[in-house]
Design a protein around this ligand. Sequence first.
Ligand SMILES: [Zn+2]
Length: 89
Amino acid sequence: MNSYVRMFVWMGITGAMSFLLIHFFGIVIGLAFSFGIFILFNVMMRRRALGANPGQMNFSVTYRCIACGHKFKGGMCPRCGSKMRKPEF
Ligand SMILES: [Zn+2]
């Protein structure tokens, strides 16, 4: 929900910027500029979203050992050494 609001804010900003660019440079150059800026913002936002999510997932995720039911964080069960695990949130 929050990211949607931010996206609309960015769309508003890029819209205003494209309007100004078209006003100053004419329709062709202005549209080209605004399109480039819009793509740049999109890439930046998508990269930030992709960068933030896996880090948060790693912090919050814990695993339950399938073999002995021990709850732990990390690669393998510290109690029985099994790598068979399922994630719990
Ligand atoms: Zn175990």
